[in-house]
Design a protein around this ligand. Structure first.
Ligand code: G3H
Ligand code: 13P
Ligand code: ZN
Length: 361
């Protein structure tokens, strides 16, 4: 079931974070859904502009729709990662994406506000959530490379003003991470001080952490032992995901870690089987290994085991309650002078919930 990021954040805020994983092909999609179902976690499937161009945006959309049908129990948002204005409009118009990111963080504050607000107006008219970004992460992001010296942490006062002026639903903040496999030179830690200040100014407002891959040393060592040449890599300590979630981070973006799993599996496979040239055997191993990585990461984010809670929250939203209330009121012969919603609340409490019904099957 595809839901908006806003629906997921309402359940997660302050308690756990939702993993946002970048997907480019069928093998990644299969591994992602498998890993999220084995760990019973809701998730955000995110698609970058580069991923949309890799084969064709329609190909990726078809793969994701099909994977959703193969795993009907999954609850996830389909999100555009690092969009520009034109791509956001394309995704909003597609009827497939439930969330878009407009990233104008490289523009002036005023320009960022103006463009983000235009996207928010269009997206909200279609019930789609919008993530925006303020501050600048280091590293490579799509086709934009930000040198270390130009990276800047999000200013908490500006963040408050930005959210008020744009009406965006979540905000990506720069709190010390960067995209790619080389995040820290010295101390490996998030700027919790900045995060705390942002949360004080924006209480209850969902924050997003980009550049969150953990770049596991064991993974990089295996890649290098199988012929890779990755030196000096360092990622985010995954034990910092949950403390960040308690401070309002509801979405944690990871792409690099998935690429590392792919590289390790394929390098080891062809090193050990040099006569092999069938793409399916390593593809199968990748799906299973990626699923394991996803399940493990969901444990670190605290999203493992949260699927039943999210399911009951999204299947009983207010509109659904009103619709049901009307239906039951009609069924009961339209009794007069009764508050149908209150009556329904009592009625629902005496009935098994959606989950209870499901688990009895
Ligand atoms: O933040 C950027 C993501 O890692 C997407 O990377 O543009 O190579 O798909 P990509
Ligand atoms: P990583 O490079 O740390 O995986 O970050 C990915 C990301 O932020 C996608 O938007
Ligand atoms: Zn990013």
């Amino acid at each position: 079931m595809i839901v908006t990021t806003t629906q997921l954040f309402k359940v997660a805020y302050g308690k756990f974070a939702i993993g946002a994983y970048n997907i480019n092909n069928a093998e990644q999609a299969m591994g992602l859904f498998k890993g999220c179902l084995s760990s019973q976690a809701p998730f955000i499937l995110q698609i970058s502009k580069g991923a949309r161009k890799y084969t064709d945006k329609r190909m990726l959309e078809a793969i994701i729709r099909a994977t959703g049908e193969i795993f009907p129990e999954a609850i996830f948002a389909v999100h555009l990662d690092h969009g520009d204005e034109e791509t956001c409009y394309d995704c909003i118009g597609s009827g497939f994406y439930s969330s878009v990111m407009i990233d104008e963080s490289h523009e002036s504050f005023e320009q960022n506000v103006a463009i983000t607000k235009r996207v928010v107006d269009r997206a909200h008219a279609r019930g789609i959530s919008v993530e925006a970004e303020l501050g600048m992460l280091g590293g490579v992001e799509e086709d934009i490379k930000v040198e270390e010296g130009n990276a800047c942490l999000t200013d908490p006062a500006e963040a408050e003003r930005f959210v008020k002026e744009t009406g965006c639903d979540s905000l990506a903040c720069a709190i010390g991470t960067s995209h790619g496999a080389f995040k820290f030179k010295g101390k490996q830690s998030l700027h919790f001080d900045v995060l705390k200040k942002i949360q004080v100014r924006l209480p209850g407002f969902p924050l997003v952490m980009h550049g969150s891959s953990s770049v596991p040393k064991a993974e990089v060592d295996r890649i290098n032992a199988a012929g890779g040449k990755i030196a000096g890599s360092m990622g985010v300590d995954p034990n910092e995901y949950l403390p960040a979630a308690k401070l309002g981070v509801t979405k944690v973006n990871m792409d690099t870690d998935g690429r590392l799993v792919w590289t390790r599996v394929h390098r080891e496979f062809f090193r050990d089987k040099p006569a092999e040239f069938d793409l399916r055997p390593p593809g199968k191993i990748f799906i299973e290994e990626y699923a394991k990585f996803i399940a493990h990461t969901n444990g670190k984010l605290g999203s493992s085991g949260q699927l039943p809670l999210v399911r009951s929250a999204v299947t009983n939203p207010r509109e659904e309650i009103s619709r049901l209330a009307y239906h039951l009121w009609e069924e009961a012969g339209r009794p007069e002078g009764r508050d149908t919603e209150l009556w329904l609340q009592a009625e629902l409490q005496s009935r098994p919930t959606h989950d209870q019904v499901g688990s009895q099957d």
